[in-house]
Design a protein around this ligand. Structure first.
Ligand SMILES: [Zn+2]
Length: 315
């Protein structure tokens, strides 16, 4: 089979058990269609849900070669190259990746009792996590298949990540920290991936991961119209706090911290209301400050947009 014909395959194998906890008690939840922008054809995806831990996943999932053909360029829906200046400008207007990278790296470092100073940044994106880990004194290995992100990474950090999928990564040495920010929802076999991570970490080392929350208020409100969590075909798994915990605990980890993160772009409301000038500035200011109590309320009910989880490899 040639590569060209291989990527014409749409679906992978049918799943019979939950990708997080392994339960066979899984049920069809909803259908979500994927539309090609350039033509009228569409692909149909079925989302299944685990009755035990609440995790959702595409069943059948997209074919691995289709996903790889997307990730070769970008893991975050970039359809063309982007400059470091554009990325930094975006971060200056709406601090996002940089804030997450600094918070998660600090937390991971705080929990790392392995004595190992090497960190692995899986799905390193624009490079903010690697940058933050280096500032904390870690030697880093970064892996990311996407050409567009890797170009930005190189301009930010001066070197280049290994352009491989984690499944194909052949490790060098042991690690004290493994960072997986916005990665697990993309992986077809998250249990195998976490098992591999467990093997890479020294005892007492830390896995830090961030995933969209399947229980978020966005999914509750928008249903399958949500694209933060339910973004097909790239996101194949939709985690709950319970499911993510089951996934790591089943692979030799002890969970030490779970928190939710909710951040709404300041211009989300003014853009929707098509405001400009001063009215837009007033609404943007309101969103900026009201989202603090709003996020607190959502987190209280487990409805935040993202889940951050830190787990220590058992000694
Ligand atoms: Zn489950």
């Amino acid at each position: 089979m040639t590569y060209a014909s291989a990527i014409s395959e749409t679906y992978g194998d049918v799943l019979h058990e939950c990708v997080s906890c392994g339960s066979e008690n899984i049920k069809f939840w909803r259908q979500k269609n994927f539309h090609y922008t350039e033509n009228a054809s569409q692909k149909e995806f079925h989302i299944y849900r685990c009755e035990s831990c609440g995790t959702g996943f595409l069943n059948q999932p997209p074919h691995v070669q289709w996903l790889q053909s997307i990730y070769e360029y970008s893991g975050q829906a970039l359809t063309q190259a982007i400059t470091l200046e554009d990325v930094l400008d975006r971060e200056a207007k709406f601090p996002n990746c940089k804030v997450d990278a600094e918070r998660m790296s600090h937390q991971a470092d705080r929990f790392n009792i392995s004595g190992y100073g090497q960190a692995l940044d899986i799905g390193s994106g624009f490079g903010f996590y690697t940058q933050a880990l280096r500032r904390l004194g870690y030697r880093t290995v970064s892996i990311n298949p996407g050409k567009y992100e890797n170009e930005v990474f190189r301009n930010l950090n001066g070197d280049e990540p290994l352009a491989v999928m984690f499944e194909n990564y052949e490790p060098s040495g042991q690690f004290g920290v493994v960072m997986m920010s916005q990665v697990l929802e993309h992986l077809l076999e998250p249990n195998q991936a976490i098992n591999k991570v467990s093997g890479l970490l020294a005892p007492g080392g830390v896995l830090a991961c961030a995933v969209p929350n399947y229980n978020s208020f966005l999914v509750k409100l928008l249903g399958t119209k949500d694209n933060a969590c339910l973004w097909v075909p790239e996101h194949v798994n939709y985690f709950t706090g319970k499911g993510l915990r089951a996934l790591v605990e089943g692979n030799g980890f002890r969970v030490v911290k779970v928190e939710q993160i909710t951040r709404i772009p300041f211009n989300a409301a003014s853009k929707r209301l098509r405001l400009k000038g001063r009215p837009a500035a007033v609404i943007d200011g309101l969103v900026k400050f009201l989202q603090i109590p709003f996020a607190r309320l959502m987190h209280y009910f487990g409805l935040g947009i993202y889940i951050n989880l830190y787990a220590v490899k058992k000694l």
